[in-house]
Design a protein around this ligand. Structure first.
Ligand code: IMP
Ligand code: MG
Length: 180
């Protein structure tokens, strides 16, 4: 797996240090909540969720949503499908929504809207990565660990064609590994 990576963009130790800071911010910002409802978007947020939430010493409840917004290649399709038969009960709750990356913003926008439609009182968003680019929709994450350039990355939850999610760092694939 590592031999397919051209360069490491964000090393594991760097991610860990940054997560300590984000977790502390979340702890302070949500300290007055009786319990905080976290909603993580699968599968991209899996690794980020596990590492971040173990650093947050609040009474969290965790739900996951299966959403498909990327269909194989390295370009976002813009279509967001909700794949779960049953969506979580979020009525009246304050939500912390987690995703791996803010790219076009369509996923976070669609999921935030869905949670509000389902009766959530408030939705705050948290991503590992924000791509520095012009977005078709005006969304910003309330918490973002890193800003990166507009390039395709894998690892730490992010995949290419379903693979590389278990890389412990964020990296860029060798062009020879990408089938266009
Ligand atoms: P959106 O374009 O902001 O809606 O992002 C949709 C989804 O595309 C994200 O949740 C990721 O799963 C995926 N994605 C966007 N950029 C990348 C990338 O650079 N590598 C891997 N997946 C990505
Ligand atoms: Mg993905």
């Amino acid at each position: 797996m590592h031999e397919d990576i051209e360069k490491v963009l964000i090393a594991e130790e760097v991610i860990e240090k940054r997560l300590d800071l984000i977790a502390e911010k979340i702890r302070i910002d949500f300290a007055n909540q009786e319990s905080l409802q976290v909603v993580a978007i699968l599968k991209g947020a899996l690794v980020f969720m596990a590492d971040l939430l173990r650093r947050v010493p609040l009474k969290l409840e965790i739900e996951c949503l299966n959403v498909a917004s990327y269909h194989g290649g390295t370009e976002s399709s813009g279509v967001v499908d909700f794949l779960d038969a049953k969506l979580p009960d979020v009525k009246g709750r304050s939500i912390l929504l987690l995703d791996d990356i803010l790219d076009t913003g369509r996923t976070l926008e669609a999921v935030s809207k869905k949670l509000i439609d389902l009766g959530a009182a408030d939705v705050k968003t948290c991503v590992l990565l924000t791509k520095d680019k012009e977005r078709p929709v005006a969304v910003e994450a309330d918490y973002s660990a890193f800003e990166i350039g507009d390039e395709f990355v894998v690892g730490y939850g992010l995949d290419y064609d379903g693979k590389y999610r278990n890389l412990p760092y964020v990296g860029v694939l060798k062009p020879s590994e990408i089938n266009l």
